[in-house]
Design a protein around this ligand. Sequence first.
Ligand code: UCC
Length: 553
Amino acid sequence: MDLFLQDPPCLPSAWEGDRALKDALRFYLGDHFAAAEVILDELGRWATGPETLRMVMRAENEPATLMQYDAWGHRVDEVAVSDAYTELGKFGVEHGVVALAYEPEPFGDLARVVWAAAIYLWGPSSALYSCPIAMTDAAARTLFEHGDATDTEIAQRLISRDPGFAWTSGQWMTETAGGSDVARTSTVARLQGDEWRLYGTKWFTSATTSEMALTLARPEGAPDGSRGLGLFRVHRMLDDGTPNAILVRRLKDKLGTRSMPTAELELEGALAHPVGDPLDGRGVAKISTMLNITRLHNALASAGALARGHAWASSFAESREVFGRKLAAQPAHRVTLAELAVDKAAALALSLRCAHLMGRMEHGSATAEEVALFRGLTPVTKLSTARWAVAGAAEAMEALGGVGYCEDSGMPALVRNAHVLPIWEGTTNVLSLDLLRAAQRSDSFTALLTDCERAAAVAAGTAGMEQPVAAVRASVDELKKRFEDAASDLDRLQATARSIAMGAATTYACALLCEQSTALGTEGAPTAAAARRLAERGLTGPAPFASDIPNDL
Ligand code: UCC
């Protein structure tokens, strides 16, 4: 008897098969949609093409390595990466995964929306080259905003489409004492003659092969805490072609992101260039420009992971027969696929709105309310999408059954790589606290809730949208109450932070989907269905502890 062998699932073009993305872009781009489609169609076909998927698998199986000494005992610290990883990155650079955001034509202040869609399509097939790209984009913007003429010149390399000229950048923030609490940075900047030299250990530095990095250090004599930190640009190689004084202690043995090297670095008097005045105490404020951009990249990586997981699960369900009918027709499984699609739509809604606001800020067309909204929305978007991605990747793996648990299906890599998303660039709790800080220092939380109400108002009166609109309004009231109830007691407020941040994420996603489906008219039916489902699940999420956290739990 012949052994039954299941046909492998076959992914459609990542662009062609993604209705949610197309609908969201129609909403944002209007007349620019057709021009964007040309770019995104090419990226989408590449992203899920068989040759690309083979390269992704090869990069995953060829992790980065470090050779510290040559045969003769000389310290060389050579980090090697897979050719496949490099090739996947090169394709992205040439196709504008940084450049699109900086080119004034043809999209103007909508460039970040098109760029976001490009990252979302390319990222899941980049074998984590998306990480250096995130930091490169973020470093470019930081240099343009806070640097001098030399910084601006360097930034041209970061935004280039020419792989022969383009550089990537790292972001060295984390030290042994301060991953989240960056104020504890202990790297010292010493002025020797007219050169700044850095001394210290950077504990978690991703994309070690990048040509440069931005990093924080404390100039000698500067005060403790974050107000004493300066921002510096450091190059891996010096202008004369010799290596800068940077030793690689070891590469990290990580759960995932294996093709992308992450190292511990020893700065032994590394030559560094201050970005702006290193003594102005604005190092953390300056690197925040960078953080907001890498956090948006992170959110797009999360949305992209959800999209890829959903695409694998859906393709498999179309070709698999169980218990007498297609898996895709089994009611229990249809629910699973639909829930994944809703998570993806929510992640896309938040990420694209964040990108939309970022583009307007970068082009000077954002209102003061939009600037405040962006400040609150960035942590909310990053933290929520990352959690959805972890859950969604696991769900997608389960949907492929035992094969999904095997390395050669690619699903374990999806799951492993998703797990970094809630960790780097600020954990869920750190970002929840960031939202609170933003709320206390500016009206960003108010701006977020106000925009929920604005978007819901657009959809009010549209047939079929009564329930999600009412749910958004009720949730806004509940979130205000949670904030106000805890506002007078900082510990209580901090204990409530995650519930407020997650509630705000789901509520805003629902509000945005309500608005978009209304604008899209009959074309917006799937978007409306996603909004309704979010509302059915409940927008505010679990209430915080009603009183002090019990010690005996
Ligand atoms: O580096 C890492 C790994 C890299 C890999 C990246 C790859 C991403 C790829 C994704 C795609 C695949 S991980 C690094 C992880 N660490 C963090 O994310 C840091 C987490 N901690 C925070 O975010 C904290 O909130 C800090 C460090 C920003 C806060 O520190 P402080 O010392 O408490 O500072 P303040 O007082 O809160 O903020 C100092 C100034 C203030 O400005 P002024 O003085 O004018 O009031 C703040 O308003 O900075 C301003 N500020 C901000 N401004 C702080 N955060 C922001 C912000 N997000 N936006 C604008």
